[in-house]
Design a protein around this ligand. Structure first.
Ligand SMILES: Nc1ncnc2c1ncn2[C@@H]1O[C@H](COP(=O)(O)OP(=O)(O)OP(=O)(O)O)[C@@H](O)[C@H]1O
Ligand SMILES: [Mg+2]
Length: 235
């Protein structure tokens, strides 16, 4: 479904990622793990077109999207829930969710999409009229995932959904990620510094270091890989 080939991104003189290649199949959860600055967020931003690639190509559903702008990529079915959530704190929760649906046609399905998100995250339904900035970190993360879902994607990209969130809520979010994948058959790219969580949830996984892929395999296989255990799992 998604094919990333030799993707390279530079910020000025800094090469943030270099010749990254990986693919995501229909219905698959793919984890990208790696430490601070490894290039995980840059990879997601390049896939959704928020930064431009200095080299390489990206195709989605067999179509080259390398030349498309970000809005066109979102319309084609790719959505990103960014690192740090980036909600509008002084807007209501529901209005934040609605900002994710700007590209959705027909508009008549929007009410149903809101309902599905509220079923996935009942706490978000309870708080839908509150200002987003008044929610806990975990609740805000749920809203950020919901906002990406409002774009009605077939590929959902989640950048650090567990970052700074209480362990109990991390469990709820992990459960929601599995439900989105199983019940809707949605493909997911999960970026996490919590490598153990990401590898447990994923079908396939890639480890990035200094902007390059250094390991790849089935998620459960990488959990047993001595290199991965030493570098990312604190074993
Ligand atoms: N807007 C930017 N301008 C300049 N350099 C950047 C920019 N964004 C990221 N970088 C640099 O690119 C490299 C990769 O950063 P990136 O944010 O992709 O890493 P990451 O794996 O997501 O890290 P983290 O786990 O801390 O979120 C880092 O060296 C970072 O400092
Ligand atoms: Mg990041």
């Amino acid at each position: 479904m998604l094919e990333v080939r030799d993707l390279t991104v530079r910020y000025g003189a800094l090469e943030a990622i270099r010749d990254i290649s990986f693919s995501v199949d229909e219905g698959e959860i793919v984890a990208l793990i790696g430490s601070n600055g490894a290039g995980k967020s840059t990879t997601l931003r390049a896939i959704v077109g928020l930064v431009s690639a200095a080299g390489g190509s990206t195709s989605f559903d067999g179509k080259e999207i390398t030349q498309l702008n970000s809005a066109a990529r979102v319309r084609s079915g790719i959505a990103l829930s960014p690192e740090g959530r980036r909600l509008f704190g002084r807007m209501s929760v529901q209005d934040n969710l609605l900002t994710g649906a700007y590209a959705v046609r027909p508009r008549s399905v929007i009410g149903q999409m809101l309902d599905e998100i509220y079923d996935l995250f009942p706490r978000v339904r309870e708080r839908r009229r509150q200002l987003a900035g008044s929610l806990s970190g975990g609740e805000q993360q749920m809203v950020a995932i919901g906002r990406a879902l409002m774009a009605h994607p077939r590929l959902l990209m989640l950048d650090e959904p567990s970052l700074g969130i209480a362990p109990k809520v991390v469990g709820e979010i992990a459960h929601a990620i599995q439900r989105i994948n199983k019940e809707k058959g949605m493909s997911i790219i999960l970026v996490e510094q919590n490598a153990r969580l990401a590898l447990r949830l994923s079908h396939n996984a890639y480890a990035l270091e200094h902007g390059e892929v250094v390991r790849s395999g089935r998620g459960h296989e990488l959990l047993e890989d001595p290199f991965v255990q030493k570098a990312y799992l604190g074993v």
